[in-house]
Design a protein around this ligand. Structure first.
Ligand SMILES: [Zn+2]
Length: 131
């Protein structure tokens, strides 16, 4: 387990984090079958095509599910427990997992969320805030 978890684990994901540094949310688009996908893959799971571009999507979605961590995933998160991680379905369809910033009320499935862009451990990434 690393001291500081980096969300960048493969070069195929780099465009996502580059866009996040610019305050934009992007996902992969299959140029063969038009499927949008996340997480990034070198090939399309729908049609096997490797003809892919990155497209900007609206930085908003709906909570599909969430979990509250009562044990830290890494030592760097120890001071933040309990913290919430949500599976968000983007308005364009793909699902993204990310930290959820707690609002005044506890989160619930179906809540609308907006993306926020921030730097964690030198890496630009996305977290979610209830709209
Ligand atoms: Zn495809």
């Amino acid at each position: 387990m690393s001291e500081s978890p980096s969300p960048v684990d493969h070069p195929v994901a780099e465009p996502f984090f580059q866009a996040a540094a610019e305050g934009r949310l992007v996902v992969q688009h299959c140029n063969s079958c038009d499927a949008l996908r996340w997480p990034p893959l070198s090939g399309c799971p729908e049609c096997r095509s490797r003809d892919t571009t990155w497209v900007e999507v609206a930085p908003a979605g709906t909570i599909w599910s969430f979990v509250v961590y009562h044990r830290a995933f890494s030592r760097s998160l120890k001071d933040q427990i309990p913290y919430t991680v949500a599976m968000v379905q983007l308005d364009e369809g793909p699902y993204l997992v990310g930290r959820l910033v707690e609002g005044k009320k506890p989160p619930k499935v179906g809540d609308r969320v907006d993306a926020e862009f921030l730097e964690v451990g030198g890496v630009s990434t996305v977290r979610w805030r209830i709209a």
